[in-house]
Design a protein around this ligand. Structure first.
Ligand code: ZN
Ligand code: ZN
Length: 151
């Protein structure tokens, strides 16, 4: 449970922070801070964006939330800190989890000079819904990632 992880990490849990944690717990949408704020505000009308932002920073510091930079337009957050990979729809911004262990070998010259702690594979393209609507996957501006184009 996120709450227990937070307590163990010494993060102070105010009622407002608990409301944010409740929305994040088990959330697989990889919400942005803005999306999280909108969701929490429905239940907690007095919630401020600053509280959401600060709570996300505290969660990140305590390793209870992972920040994703897969979406070049906004930072996204993942409460699932178990290592996994992601699929990103460049058209609608949907992020899907991939729980597969890819065996990625680095050239020996590199692996000898660098201690690898983990990896994160990002797949880009269009989700089924977007490709059914005829949207063409575009290269993300400034990302430098190759994007698979669907016809
Ligand atoms: Zn899509
Ligand atoms: Zn994820």
């Amino acid at each position: 449970m996120l709450k227990d992880q937070l307590k163990a990490a010494g993060v102070r849990l105010t009622p407002q922070r608990l409301a944010i944690v409740d929305v994040l717990e088990g959330n697989t949408e990889h919400p942005s801070a803005e999306a999280l704020f909108r969701a929490v505000k429905k239940r907690y009308p007095t919630m401020s964006f600053a509280t959401v932002y600060n709570t996300l920073e505290a969660l990140k510091k305590a390793d209870c939330v992972r920040e994703l930079k897969i979406d070049s337009t906004r930072r996204r957050f993942d409460p699932n800190t178990v290592p996994h990979h992601h699929l990103f729809c460049c058209s609608c911004g949907k992020i899907v989890d991939i729980h597969v262990e890819y065996r990625l070998d680095l050239p020996r010259a590199i692996s000898a000079a660098f201690e690898v702690a983990g990896n994160h594979v990002e797949f880009f393209g269009n989700c089924r819904r977007c490709s059914d609507q005829g949207v063409r996957a575009a290269r993300q501006p400034g990302s430098g990632h190759a994007v698979i184009e669907h016809n």
